[in-house]
Design a protein around this ligand. Structure first.
Ligand SMILES: CC(C)(COP(=O)(O)OP(=O)(O)OC[C@H]1O[C@@H](n2cnc3c(N)ncnc32)[C@H](O)[C@@H]1OP(=O)(O)O)[C@@H](O)C(=O)NCCC(=O)NCCS
Length: 171
């Protein structure tokens, strides 16, 4: 089965029935994603089977306090708060799990975060995990939990740039 490339959410995309197993992420896509994007809070990127969304993530600017991050990220004389990029949501429909869609979405999000940071700055990518399973998922992508809040995890953009360069070279 052929999926679309990752694309910006638009009116032609169908969201109803999306089920990733985490109700808050399903509800966010169906009820809030269009409105959030329209108002400029978040950009929403999707992978589809035809017009039906089977995976998505949300991207936005964010900040993090220096004392919440690792030494590597707050090195130098960081501003307080530190400008970052946020992957606020990431989910794949259960019927399409285990086929590499999640990985493709994360990689696409990393590429857009690097492109965004190249334009306006940004020290790290921040993610929000919905539960402990999601925390483990982000840790498998080398994200480190924030000091006072394990559901917020951080990875430096320099790390991510390096990872993307390696993955291009190994293709
Ligand atoms: C996590 C999620 C996005 C993965 O999507 P997917 O399309 O099934 O992922 P892929 O097929 O690209 O990759 C699967 C890999 O991720 C790993 N993985 C999945 N969930 C994991 C978890 N909680 N912790 C660690 N690794 C995990 C799998 O073991 C697999 O590894 P492998 O490639 O070495 O076999 C999807 O399961 C999902 O939407 N879960 C519910 C929402 C959620 O938890 N989102 C996470 C961030 S909030």
């Amino acid at each position: 089965m052929a999926f679309t490339k990752v694309e910006l959410l638009s009116d032609r995309h169908r969201l109803e029935g999306f089920t990733c197993g985490k109700p808050s992420l399903d509800a966010w896509l169906v009820k809030f994603s269009r409105n959030n994007q329209q108002h400029g809070f978040t950009r929403v990127f999707v992978i589809c089977d035809g017009d039906v969304v089977v995976g998505y993530y949300g991207l936005a600017p964010t900040v993090i306090a220096p004392n919440q991050t690792t030494r590597k990220i707050r090195t130098g004389m960081p501003p307080d708060p530190i400008p970052c990029l946020l992957i606020g949501q990431l989910a794949v429909d259960l019927n399409y799990g285990g086929r590499g869609i999640g990985t493709a979405l994360v990689k696409d999000a990393f590429q857009r975060c690097v492109a965004g940071a190249n334009l306006v700055g940004g020290r790290a990518v921040v993610v929000r995990a919905v539960d402990e399973e999601a925390e483990r998922y982000w840790q498998s992508w080398d994200f480190t939990p924030a000091k006072d809040n394990p559901s917020v995890l951080v990875r430096s953009l320099s790390d991510i740039r390096g990872w993307l360069e390696l993955s291009v070279r190994s293709q």
